[in-house]
Design a protein around this ligand. Structure first.
Ligand code: ATP
Length: 245
């Protein structure tokens, strides 16, 4: 198994309430998992643990059978790549932001050129974007570049926090198609946090539903009752609104 979580709990320092409780699931090579749930359910917290930006309070995470705690965080983050909700391109031009993580890995210039050409084709990145900085890209275009930058290093696992939130439906479909193709062809594993259930149903093998830090559902997408899930999400939203009022 590529990734395995065994009864993960997480309570931040100086916090009394756990943000995640008893989360167990596994991710296989070639598999795409969608994680869904309402605002504050703990989805980003989960991705942060998987990228080792924070440590579980209890339980363990295994990457190819190796305990996360025994892996050097920087190395782990090359193998398990997180593309956050609001990615930054660090003021670089698109071409440089794509090349940079490869240069850090001492990959030869020719290979870097080739990988940029390939990823640009896969994500329909236009030539005239290459000399732009993030300020000259739309929020959605920036998101696409961040996903491409995450994939260009060929990680074993890609973690995407709401990658399509700023994309129109057709572009979202194209981006998810590219991610699915790469996940399958490279036999990597992908975890996508996504609120759009219709796209989740089409582009993921499994669905995880988080509510209040607990994993309430872990099912093959083909056997999820999507209507029932939608109702469950609406009820959770209503309950959460009532707590605010
Ligand atoms: N370091 C922290 N200390 C205390 N509370 C935190 C910390 N990080 C997150 N939280 C809280 O934990 C809960 C889960 O946050 P998280 O960002 O994981 O939710 P989410 O499911 O990703 O939500 P969204 O869909 O809005 O991105 C929220 O109530 C948030 O305010």
């Amino acid at each position: 198994m590529l990734l395995q979580l065994d009864r993960i709990c997480y309570t931040p320092p100086n916090f009394t309430r756990p943000l995640l409780t008893d989360i167990s699931f596994a991710l296989a090579a070639g598999e795409i998992i969608t994680v869904t749930g309402i605002t504050g359910a703990g989805k980003s917290t989960l991705l942060r643990l998987l990228n080792r930006l924070s440590e579980p309070t209890n339980g363990q995470i295994l990457l190819n059978g190796e305990n996360y705690r025994s892996l050097v965080p920087m190395r782990l983050r090359q193998r398990v790549m997180l593309v956050s909700q609001e990615p930054k391109l660090l003021g670089m031009k698109v071409r440089d932001t794509l090349a940079y993580p490869l240069q850090l890995q001492s990959i030869a210039a020719d290979e870097i050129k080739q990988r940029i050409i390939t990823i640009a084709e896969q994500f329909e990145i236009l030539n005239d974007w290459f000399d732009r900085t993030e300020l000259q890209l739309s929020v959605g275009q920036r998101q696409i570049i961040a996903i491409a930058r995450g994939l260009i290093t060929q990680p074993q696992i890609l973690l995407l926090d709401e990658p399509i939130a700023n994309l129109d439906f057709t572009t979202a479909e194209k981006v998810l198609t590219a991610i699915a193709n790469i996940t399958k062809s490279q036999q990597m594993g992908t975890i996508i946090v996504n609120h759009q259930l219709e796209l989740a149903a089409r582009f993921s093998d499994r669905l995880l539903y988080l509510q209040d830090g607990k994993l309430l559902l872990d099912k093959l997408s083909s056997s999820v009752d999507w209507q029932n899930l939608q109702q469950q999400i609406r009820a959770a939203e209503t309950e959460s609104m009532a707590e605010w009022e």
